[in-house]
Design a binder for this molecule. Structure first.
Ligand SMILES: Cc1ncc(COP(=O)(O)O)c(C=O)c1O
Length: 410
């Protein structure tokens, strides 16, 4: 057997792969540069004061999803906060969500004084398990907030049925899953719930550094989200504020870059899919490794591997071969972050996790979602993915996976 690089053998690769943090791993062109200069030359950087880019961005986003409304904001976290605010929970109401996500998903729930209730996930995809969501439903459930993890569509049809039966909205966090689909010819994610939320942060498929987008078919939700992003200021009517809300506005500089980036999105996702199909053709059947199996549906934000165990050893071995890999993606499920275990919300109050306003006192600790904990601690390995990989880059990744699997799979 070939000796692993981590054990002193030769690495598969010594050249770094392109990443989203270097120009070679980003898909920017002359159009973004021209758009930024156009905004600067106009002298108007705040989108509330004029300029075409915000409207173009929102129209492009709505068009890509075949939906009536898109609302821009300053980040993916802001977009999620807009969505939760559109639902307008009472303090202590519950939002069922996933323990495998960015903290922004949870902050949006807590910031609107709702309680995050964590359902467990599928052991192969890390996406919410509908049966576990169903077990979390209570008379205080106010929404289900699903995350499409790593680029794979979560089981949205089942979750939508559950939400409808409970009489609550489904919110979709699509930050990692632009244009992912749950089935061939099905509409893209973001269109199954009341609101779909997206991020334009640096690590996403397309970026403006930071930025957020919400999509919805519901004009009332669109109106409330627009107001919520602008301190609830109905500018056409006068200078007053309808309800408590913050400033989550996107600037013209961001909107200009984002609008051009969004034009490139279908091509970015298509290239990621083609490269993923190449990888799967080479290593799709590797013993001891489970990979997403439908490259044309997945958005390939990253390449998740599910191994039989020992994810740290896998990540170390792959990284030593020149293929950067991370064990578990997160350090822990989000409910084990101090913000929740120590209930650091508003001062020392632990609000809204206390009863009242909640129906019970909510505490968070190990053991809450065993399948999520096993993924993070034992079976999940995440590799970056990029539309600018060459076929040779993908072949190196396949070679490294085959080599490491040969050594680590019993
Ligand atoms: C699933 C998910 N939700 C929410 C966010 C938050 O987005 P942002 O960083 O733009 O606030 C991110 C990414 O950062 C994410 O991956």
């Amino acid at each position: 057997m070939t000796r692993l690089a981590v054990d002193g053998g030769s690495p598969v690769r010594t050249q770094p792969l392109p990443t989203v943090l270097v120009p070679a791993g980003r898909t920017f062109g002359a159009e973004e540069r021209a758009a930024v200069l156009e905004v600067l030359d106009s002298g108007v950087l705040n989108a509330s004061c004029g300029g075409p880019w915000l409207a173009e961005l929102e129209a492009t986003m709505a068009g890509l999803h075949g939906i009536a409304h898109a609302v821009a904001s300053s980040s993916g976290t802001a977009a999620l906060h807009l969505a939760v605010a559109a639902v307008d929970p009472e303090p202590g109401d519950e939002v069922i969500t996933t323990p495998l996500t960015d903290w922004g998903t949870i902050a949006a729930i807590l910031a609107q004084n709702a309680v995050p209730v964590f359902a467990d996930v599928d052991p192969l995809t890390g996406n919410l398990d509908p049966a576990s969501v169903e077990a979390c439903l209570s008379p205080r459930t106010r929404a289900i907030l699903v995350v499409h993890l790593f680029g794979a569509a979560a089981p949205v049809a089942e979750l939508r049925t559950l939400a409808d039966r409970a009489g609550v909205p489904l919110i979709e966090d699509c930050a990692q899953a632009y244009l992912a689909r749950p089935a061939p010819a099905a509409p893209p994610v973001g269109t199954y719930g009341a609101v779909g939320c997206f991020s334009l942060q640096q690590y996403k498929h397309v970026t403006a550094g930071d930025g957020g987008l919400c999509i919805t078919a519901d004009p009332a939700h669109a109106e409330r989200m627009r107001l919520f992003a602008d301190k609830a200021w109905p500018r056409d009517e006068g200078r007053f504020h309808r309800f408590l809300a913050l400033n989550y506005r996107m600037t013209n500089l961001t909107a200009a870059v984002a609008a051009v980036q969004l034009r490139r999105l279908p091509e970015v996702v298509a290239r990621r899919r083609r490269l993923a199909a190449r990888l799967l053709a080479a290593v799709g059947d590797l013993p001891g490794v489970d990979l997403p199996d439908q490259p044309e549906l997945h958005a390939w934000w990253v390449l998740p591997l599910i191994v039989d165990g020992g994810n740290e050893r896998w990540a170390t071995a792959l990284s030593a071969e020149g293929i950067p890999a991370v064990a578990g993606w997160l350090e822990s499920p989000v409910y084990l972050y101090p913000a929740l275990t120590e209930r650091r919300t508003y001062g020392q109050s632990a609000f809204p996790l206390t009863s009242p306003p909640a129906r019970r006192d909510w505490t968070y600790g190990p053991g809450l979602c065993p399948r999520a904990e096993r993924l993070v601690g034992d079976t999940l390995v995440v590799l970056p993915w990029n539309e600018n990989y060459t076929d040779a880059d993908v072949d190196d990744i396949a070679t490294a996976l085959t080599k490491v699997a040969g050594a680590l799979t019993p």
